[in-house]
Write a protein that binds this ligand. Structure first.
Ligand SMILES: C[S@@+](CC[C@H](N)C(=O)[O-])C[C@H]1O[C@@H](n2cnc3c(N)ncnc32)[C@H](O)[C@@H]1O
Length: 207
């Protein structure tokens, strides 16, 4: 990570902490992932060699920058969706300041609609950090867009365990997926789409 991005991330962290401490209203809070979670996401993307990342819930773009910095060496991109105009503006400014804009496709609008029009098996990693009450309803499209060997990562698995439980139970019960919980940051729920691993590694070696 270069020094410019490092400083920008630190500035966004500080802004988020001060802003969220001063605002009770959820819509005004940035609700950024932790730095440890950013490092974890970057690690997963690097190890997987992931190229097509879909993020649900941009806020002001803190997590997007971690994803974009990780996917850049793989020649990939991050598509990220947000519906709040003020946060879209802040994210756009942060993306421009980061120099990572060419790795980010910023979508304005409703995540459910974006998921519905996303192609089958179009996504290597889907990072879900949005309105938790919607997750169960979004699951059929999430399952459809994940590639074989693709990974779903969901924030707030331990910080909001009760709200997350119905979704985590539905995914864990799904044939063809394996799940786990990583206790970094606010807790990351992972679900991997099982694949024909022999075919996957053969394809990976040809990259
Ligand atoms: C927890 S914040 C995302 C934080 C961000 N991932 C980060 O770590 O920097 C959740 C965001 O999802 C957005 N959101 C909620 N429901 C949405 C929907 N249906 N479509 C698009 N964005 C939505 C909210 O406006 C909010 O900014």
């Amino acid at each position: 990570m270069n020094a410019t991005l490092h400083k920008l991330l630190s500035d966004i962290e500080r802004f988020g902490e001060e802003n969220d401490a001063a605002n009770d209203e959820r819509g005004r809070r940035m609700l950024n992932i932790t730095r440890g979670t950013g490092q974890f996401l970057a690690h997963v993307i690097g190890v997987m060699g992931a190229r097509d990342i879909l993020e649900i819930g941009t806020s002001n773009g803190y997590s997007t920058l971690w994803l974009a910095d990780a996917v850049a060496p793989n020649g990939g991109k991050v598509t990220t969706v947000e519906m709040a105009p003020a946060k879209l503006r802040m994210a756009r400014e942060n993306f421009a300041a980061s120099g990572l804009g060419r790795y980010i496709d910023q979508v304005e609008g409703d995540a459910g609609q974006l998921l519905a029009r996303s192609g089958d098996s179009s996504c290597d990693v889907l990072f879900l950090d949005s309105e938790r009450t919607e997750y169960v309803g979004w699951w059929p499209d999430i399952r459809r867009v994940l590639r074989p060997h693709g990974m779903l990562i969901v924030d707030n698995a331990t910080s909001h365990a009760a709200e997350m439980a119905p979704f985590m139970q539905a995914v864990a019960a799904e044939p063809g997926f394996s799940t786990s919980l990583v206790t970094v940051g606010k807790g990351e729920f992972l679900a991997s789409r099982e694949a024909d691993m022999a075919r996957y590694w053969a394809g990976w070696r040809e990259r």
